[in-house]
Design a protein around this ligand. Sequence first.
Ligand code: ZN
Length: 154
Amino acid sequence: MHLKRISDKRDADLVVEHPRRVSHVVVRHESKNGIWNVGHRTIDKGLAEGWLAMGAGKIVLKTAAGEPDVEYRILRAPGYYCVYCGAPVDATKRGLTAAGKAHMATHAGETLASFSAAGKLPKPLADLSQHEIDQINNPSGYAKFNDFRCERIP
Ligand SMILES: [Zn+2]
């Protein structure tokens, strides 16, 4: 995703310590699969500058006057998730809680090979990124995601 922030010209002389006044954004590029992984920094900046809104499971990008806003559905919020089934997992910085351990025990013995054999991979093995393979091979079975995974609403 590539966004260009468009400033309101009337506010061009504002002092530096105030958030930049941005009237809207122009979405220059979106991924072909409609997925946008967006981090806290972008979201915080968008909220502070007024070109992004968040709520009801959606992120809305404010575009130019007269144009429809660009909307994304939030598929996954930041947090700890099971790499086998994608379910949220109860964990902290120190590790799994009792509930988290109980969940991971349900996946005992699962590996990339067993996943592939059982047809449980999210996409064909050859299409998995190294990051996805690393996650599935993650011996702890869970991973922390710091970003929001979003899907474009047509
Ligand atoms: Zn699971």
